[in-house]
Design a protein. Structure first.
Length: 216
């Protein structure tokens, strides 16, 4: 489980991601931009699309089911193993390295891409062996449960939790956005997120996606 302390004067934002998810990747890049323009500290946690959907596989399209069964476990297991063996501080850098290779560079969640990402952040190549090793699946599932319990079962990744009314944490799925806003646009979306979180009983704004992820 990731550290829950926050630097003095910083607003905490807890962020749950699966490195496989391109939409979580978009939102995570926005959150890194928010850290530059607002007094915010992101605390990174893993969740798992494989865990989220393990009881729904028979109802999913064959292509997505194959993705979850054959490719979804490996990358998130590597992140959890790195966290357990090398500390919370390695998570954001490793996530950035994985996401850049998977999404921006189009390498996909292959072992070669994972090995490259580990090398990018000076972590041991041996961590790639955890792609097929469930040693830390208990910790993975605990982190996943922590995030999903805050927001409910009928969501995906990412999950973000921010301060709401009276300082109580409020969690949402999303925001889903593409491309990732930068500068003042990132700040305005963050301010809006805090605004809706401050409204008791606010749950959802949604529209159909008409554009895929724009990796820039």
């Amino acid at each position: 489980m990731s550290d829950t302390t926050t630097a003095p004067g910083k607003i905490p934002a807890d962020f749950w991601f699966d490195p496989l998810c391109p939409w979580a990747w978009m939102t995570s890049r926005w959150m890194l931009e928010v850290e530059k323009v607002r007094d915010v500290e992101v605390r990174w946690h893993v969740m798992s699309l494989a865990v989220l959907n393990e009881d729904k596989l028979d109802d999913l399209p064959a292509e997505y089911r194959e993705l979850l069964e054959k490719k979804a476990w490996g990358p998130v297991r590597v992140v959890v193993a790195a966290q357990q063996l090398h500390g919370d501080e390695v998570v954001p850098g490793l996530y950035t390295a994985l996401g850049t290779r998977f999404h921006n560079n189009g390498e996909g969640p292959t072992r070669e891409a994972v090995l490259g990402a580990l090398a990018d952040v000076d972590l041991p190549a041996s961590l790639a062996d955890f792609m097929d090793d469930g040693t830390y699946d208990t910790e993975l599932r605990a982190s996943h449960k922590e995030g999903i319990d805050k927001v409910g079962q009928e969501v995906g990744t990412p999950v973000i939790a921010v301060p709401g009314a009276d300082g109580e944490q409020v969690a949402f799925f999303g925001p889903v956005v593409t491309p990732a806003p930068k500068g003042e646009d990132a700040a305005k979306l963050w301010d809006g997120t805090l605004l809706v979180a401050s409204v008791p009983g606010f749950y959802e704004i949604k529209r159909t996606r008409t554009r895929g992820p724009v990796f820039d």
